[in-house]
Design a protein around this ligand. Structure first.
Ligand code: BDR
Ligand code: CA
Length: 319
């Protein structure tokens, strides 16, 4: 039986790749719905991006729009990395699908309540929607199996020296989620920076089928910012949170008590772990710390090839 999941996202180049990765594994993952939240770009843009990605691969999965901005204060977007559209690069056809009428919180609530088995949440963006859900309807926590999220970093940040983007955008929401008692698997910068794709691999993708080529084009744009920032390779942040669900054996991890700093001048949005031998609290987070990069890349390439074949078969083309 595939594991029921809800993906909460802000596509976002790496969000789009994460969605495709999940779609390529129907035996392991059943995407019951996708919710969107203001993050890499404003809500309307990233929702449209999510719908375009789904349309590209003919995946009619319900999408619900969520919070336009964080619980407090104004939205900070990731335009510098993700461009004006939030997913600059390939020119994708207009979406065939529309978002559902319900907002993200009610939509998630309905899916979770209706599900026979507990649902796994996969947040790849600021945690606003998830915090709103579990604050308004705390009883749903019992029906959430776990949360495999992309966010944070124990060693360093990427927006400030201490804070990673998804947590930085809405630290109050992140704190609610981290302290919720729901088991969390954290793909933070500690692991996602190690899941980097290199230029020659991007070139390789662009020699393949339509989905791989589209991802190659996404990464061409994404790598412009990476180069500017002096990164070696392009970190595939969000796909880590999905890859862990499909192949957890590719990752190394530590179980730690982690929460979120909401006040510090230098540390607002930092994920703080208690590494003492005798921490005050029990571990609440499985922090991913390492990944077999080669195996992760193979998983990604094979997954995209699966989607390439599906698309070609649907179009009646024999590859
Ligand atoms: C995270 O921030 C966003 O820009 C990416 O989509 C990813 O979720 C990385 O810090
Ligand atoms: Ca994201």
């Amino acid at each position: 039986m595939p594991r029921p999941i809800i993906i909460d996202c802000d596509p976002g180049h790496d969000d789009a790749i994460a969605i495709l990765l999940a779609l390529a594994h129907p035996e392991e993952l059943e995407i019951r719905g996708i919710t969107t939240v203001g993050g890499n770009q404003i809500l309307d843009k990233i929702t449209d991006n999510a719908l375009k990605v789904l349309s590209f691969v003919n995946a009619d999965i319900p999408v619900a729009k969520g919070a336009a901005g964080p619980l407090f204060g104004k939205l900070v977007t990731g335009e510098e990395a993700h461009g004006e559209s939030g997913m600059d690069g390939p020119v994708l056809p207009a979406s065939k699908f529309k978002p559902v009428e319900q907002g993200a919180v009610e939509f998630m609530l309905g899916l979770i309540r209706a599900s026979e088995e507990p649902v796994t949440l996969v947040p790849l963006a600021p945690l606003t929607n998830i915090a709103l859900l579990i604050t308004a309807y705390p009883e749903v926590k019992n029906k959430i199996k776990e949360i495999s999220l992309m966010g944070g970093g124990l060693a360093y940040g990427n927006v400030t020296s201490t804070a990673e983007f998804n947590i930085f955008v809405d630290p109050e929401a992140a704190r609610i989620v981290y302290e919720s008692g729901i088991p969390i698997v954290m793909s933070g910068l500690d692991v996602t920076d190690k899941a980097a794709i290199f230029e020659e691999e991007i070139l390789e993708l662009k020699q393949k089928g339509p989905v791989s080529v589209m991802v190659g084009e996404l990464l061409d744009f994404y790598s412009i910012y990476g180069k500017k920032m002096g990164y070696v390779g392009n970190a595939l942040h969000d796909p880590c949170a999905v890859a862990w669900l499909v192949h957890p054996e590719l990752f190394q991890s530590e179980h730690l008590y982690v929460t979120v700093e909401t006040e510090g001048k230098l540390t607002r949005g930092m994920t703080v772990a208690d590494r003492r031998k005798k921490p005050d609290r029990q571990p609440n987070v499985q922090v991913l710390t390492g990944v077999d990069r080669e195996a992760f890349m193979k998983l990604l390439f094979d997954s995209l090839e699966r989607l390439d074949r599906k698309l070609s078969a649907a179009a009646g083309v024999n590859n």
